[in-house]
Design a protein around this ligand. Structure first.
Ligand SMILES: Cc1cc2nc3c(=O)[nH]c(=O)nc-3n(C[C@H](O)[C@H](O)[C@H](O)COP(=O)(O)OP(=O)(O)OC[C@H]3O[C@@H](n4cnc5c(N)ncnc54)[C@H](O)[C@@H]3O)c2cc1C
Ligand code: SF4
Ligand code: SF4
Length: 586
């Protein structure tokens, strides 16, 4: 209760303003001001495909699932595939890993990819007259075709095999990537107007000169399909088989007789796929790898899965001879290895310990020490670099109007890298054809299209039709130190559901069942939405000068610079590093 009667007379007089204080421009002496500036989330920078992960996570947070799916499909033609087989470097870069555990980006992507099936209408682009031929229908070729069709070109893909998909179809086992998933993704690519012609081996069934003469540009994506030889004595024995050939055979529906004891030589994805496939065919399987587990190029999740299914590993060991009886493999003589200094790959070089040999019995050996390109099968006038085709930043080769990407170049061998290379080449081809048609093009717009400093690019930025409004976008990647984690709560990561290993090893049913739709949406809500303002309004709430207000004229927020004192509280409180204190604009 306030003062009353005689008490009231004892209250000292105070000055009360009866009009607004806005006349006092209290911000006039500041030397820095806040700038709402969308930067780059590290997941976006880490994804070789160039997906706006943060963008679709934010749409999911707002419950805008269909828009999230469409944003994803702008950049990635195969989210159902990458959600299953990508080694997800996005998660290695995820800021949430420094807080509790990384967001399960691949699982959210997979859910959206599966949701995108069977057909999602894609915006019809303005038609262009030029025709582009693509050789090879693996992820690189299909991505290039998809993005070029999205830019309005008429695209024909030539594929030597009976069905499109490249390694996704020919080798990656059904229990990791069901063919039905691949079929539906390819259907969506076809629905964009891409023509795919199978059973045509370019250079053999169709001469290179005719493809180069009849199309305005050509994209080469024939992959790397030759097994690298071990060059070990006895390699020609019956029972020593190339691992890739074995996987292709099984994918065709054959079940070769492996005997009881199978040894797989190698440490990459092909080796692990061979081992897990052999287990499904009733064999006992041992993987022989010359380095340690830490240096294995295979996806770590797949190695763990193989172990759960009963595959055994012998590290720091390599075969030196295959012993046969009457031309049939009986045993493998091995040498123990030790690790020396790093080699050209950056991994420690394996060195044989000559005094330490041992022998392992084997009915079948599957060799899986890498695939090599068949450069004899591509036009001879194109420049090479070691065992790959030499390409520039946009996939351009030394041949006029000829571009290349994926495993045939020195690109990292992964589905995501192949998809990214296909997209870069689509932009390169568009740039080239527009220039040839006399249209103005940016001399080198790559920096503007990149997420962060890496080579992954955004086709949305190239097209200039981003549905998300950006505030002063920069290419600066936001790290955990730039965030204010006090506004986030710890939350358990939702891990993929998996078949029980006993059930898994008894057949080819898909092992990783992903997340339920609700589980994936929950997981998306764990995302910090790094680097981009998502309108949480904490800046507005914390500003001590009430200088920030909800935006007008399309701005997210308006800053009353006459009253902002440049204290930086908004930038410090912003949970996601979306406000920068700057001298600019003062
Ligand atoms: C067993 C195995 C497992 C793998 N697992 C994974 C994984 O889990 N995750 C991952 O990210 N990566 C994985 N990879 C690597 C990945 O599959 C490749 O990096 C990727 O497929 C390369 O794509 P690409 O388009 O360059 O070539 P490819 O996928 O090899 O496709 C090339 C296509 O071109 C066709 N072709 C070749 N020459 C001609 C011609 N002259 N005319 C017409 N067509 C032609 C071929 O038939 C083929 O279909 C795996 C690879 C293998 C072998
Ligand atoms: S493609 Fe791979 S790296 Fe990119 S978002 Fe998907 S899982 Fe992550
Ligand atoms: S928290 Fe979200 S936006 Fe930030 S890096 Fe991880 S997935 Fe990307």
């Amino acid at each position: 209760m306030g003062p009353s009667g005689s008490e009231y007379r004892r209250v000292p007089p105070i000055a009360v303003s009866s009009s607004s204080t806005l006349v006092n421009h209290t911000g006039s002496w500041k030397y820095i001001r806040p700038l709402f500036q969308d930067r780059v989330a590290p997941c976006n920078a880490g994804c070789p495909v160039g997906i706006d992960i943060e963008g679709y996570m934010n749409l999911l947070r707002e419950g805008r699932v269909a828009e999230a799916r469409d944003l994803l499909l702008r950049e990635n033609p195969m989210p159902g595939v990458t959600g299953r087989v990508c080694h997800h470097p996005c998660e290695v870069s995820c800021n949430r890993e420094s807080f509790d555990r990384a967001v399960a980006v691949h699982a959210v992507e997979r859910m959206l990819g599966d949701l995108a099936m069977p057909e999602v209408p894609l915006p019809a682009p303005p038609a262009r007259n030029q025709r582009v031929a693509i050789v090879g229908s693996g992820p690189a070729g299909l991505a290039c075709a998809y993005h070029l069709a999205g830019l309005g070109y008429r695209v024909t893909v030539f594929e030597a095999a009976t069905q499109p998909g490249g390694m996704l179809r020919l080798a990656i086992p059904e229990y990791r990537l069901p063919e039905a998933v691949l079929d539906r993704e390819i259907e969506r690519i076809r629905a964009r107007g891409v023509e795919i012609i199978c059973c045509v081996n370019v250079g053999d069934d169709l001469p290179w000169w005719s493809v180069r003469a009849n199309y305005d540009a050509v994209f080469l994506a024939p992959g790397a399909h030759r097994d690298r030889a071990l060059e070990v004595e006895g390699e020609q024995s019956r029972g020593v088989e190339p691992g890739l050939k074995f996987l292709e055979d099984v994918k065709r529906g054959n079940r070769p007789n492996l005997g009881r004891q199978v040894i797989v030589v190698g440490g990459g994805n092909t080796a692990i796929d061979c081992a897990r496939t052999a287990v499904r065919m009733g064999a006992d399987c041992l993987v022989l790898y010359r380095r340690t587990r830490a240096e294995m190029p295979a996806i770590p999740d797949e190695v763990e899965e193989a172990e759960r299914e009963g595959v055994k590993f012998e590290f720091l060991a390599a075969p030196v001879a295959f012993e046969s009886k009457r031309g049939r493999l009986k045993a493998v003589e091995c040498v123990r290895m030790r690790l020396g200094p790093p080699d050209a790959s950056g991994r420690r070089r394996p060195i044989p310990v000559d005094s330490d040999h041992f022998t392992l019995p084997a009915d079948t050996v599957l060799t899986a020490v890498g695939e090599v390109t068949d450069l004899a099968a591509v036009p001879q006038d194109l420049e090479r670099q070691d065992s790959a085709l030499r390409v520039g930043a946009w996939g351009e080769t030394s041949g006029v109007r000829v571009f290349a990407g994926g495993d045939v170049t020195d690109e990292t061998r992964s589905v995501a890298h192949a998809l990214g290379a296909g997209k870069r080449a689509a932009i390169g081809i568009d740039r080239y054809l527009r220039q040839a048609a006399g249209e103005p093009v940016e001399p080198d717009g790559l920096a503007r299209l990149r997420y962060g400093g890496s080579g992954n690019v955004s086709i949305t930025r190239w097209r200039g039709d981003d549905p998300i409004q950006r505030a002063s976008p920069t290419n600066d990647v936001v790290r955990f130190e730039d965030l204010n984690p006090s506004h986030f709560q710890r939350a358990a990561r939702r891990d993929d559901r998996r078949l029980h290993s006993e059930t898994a090893r008894s057949g080819f049913t898909e092992v990783n069942l992903g997340l339920t739709r609700d589980g994936a949406l929950e997981e998306a809500r764990r995302c910090f939405n790094c680097a981009v303002c998502n309108g949480c309004e904490l800046c507005l709430i914390f500003c001590p000068d009430v200088a920030i207000a909800r935006g007008t004229d399309g701005n997210r927020f308006d800053i009353a610079l006459d009253y902002c004192k440049g204290c930086g509280v908004c930038a410090a409180e912003c949970p996601r590093g979306g406000i920068t204190m700057t001298r600019a604009g003062l």
